[in-house]
Design a binder for this molecule. Structure first.
Ligand code: HEM
Length: 225
């Protein structure tokens, strides 16, 4: 990977993540429940199931970043506090209602995604950079498209879509640029950039596996017993 940052001349971890996950990004868009969402065929129940299974992944990213907030590598990310776990909990409550008997299940792929992040948070925590990149830059980019799709296809409104609302933190374009720069700074300070690039592929693979599992679980629910 020959990409370098203009400022430091150091290899750009974010550009390397972008390039190395490009094919996986395309696959993520074309696979499982995410593909259903993109063609306007998602159900409210399905979206709630996806969110429920992303919740532990976000918790692990956010707990990990919090634990490492004084770590000089990850400090630039900790300053941003993009934390989505509370917003996801609020969206889930709005989507499914207060009846605790009807909550979507946690699937093995949701647990596996969270476990992968927990492992990445070990040691100097620098592999968390890949997970923060995948989820938060994803939310700030494609997430904004998904939000509009869900508004149109499912009639969801603000109470169900706070996951994609970063307005309390900053204006989205500035946030995207700022967070990208923070990821860049963190990546430049990390001792093993290749481990971060490899973790990026793993993060996308976890998302693809989850998307397939959500689609499969919904098909199982719909099948006559
Ligand atoms: C729902 C379908 C999706 C759509 C329509 C979508 C769309 C987009 C778009 C338009 C961009 C900006 C591309 C660019 O700047 O070149 C983007 C960036 C990104 N997306 Fe997605 N995306 C989707 C799903 C996902 C998923 C499932 C993930 C991973 C969990 C993801 C992670 C990312 C990341 C990390 C970026 C930032 C790339 C970078 O600037 O380095 N996206 N997405």
């Amino acid at each position: 990977m020959a990409a370098v940052t203009a400022e430091s001349g150091a290899p750009s971890v974010v550009t390397a993540l972008y390039v190395s996950t490009k094919a996986l990004h395309l696959e993520a868009e074309r696979t499982g429940f995410i593909a259903d969402m993109l063609r306007g065929a998602a159900s409210r129940r399905g979206y709630a199931l996806l969110l429920r299974n992303l919740q532990p992944a976000y918790r692990e990213i956010e707990d990990g970043l919090e634990r490492h907030r004084h770590n000089p590598i990850l400090a630039p990310l900790a300053r941003y506090r993009l934390a989505r776990a509370a917003a996801i909990a609020a969206d889930l409550a709005a989507l499914t209602g207060p009846d605790s008997d009807d909550q979507p299940p946690l699937l093995p792929e949701g647990e596996a995604y969270a476990r992968t992040i927990a492992q990445a948070a070990g040691g100097d925590g620098s592999r968390l950079i890949a997970h923060a990149y995948t989820r938060y830059l994803g939310d700030l980019n494609g997430g904004q498209i998904v939000k509009r799709l869900l508004e149109k296809s499912l009639g969801l409104g603000e109470p169900e879509l706070t996951h994609y609302d970063f307005s309390a933190i900053a204006e989205p374009a500035a946030l995207k640029a700022g967070y990208r720069q923070a990821l860049e700074l963190a990546g430049a300070a990390a001792p093993d950039p290749d481990a971060i690039i490899a973790e990026g592929a793993l993060a996308f693979e976890c998302n693809i596996a989850l998307s397939i599992a959500v689609q499969r679980s919904l098909a199982g629910e719909a099948a006559p017993s």
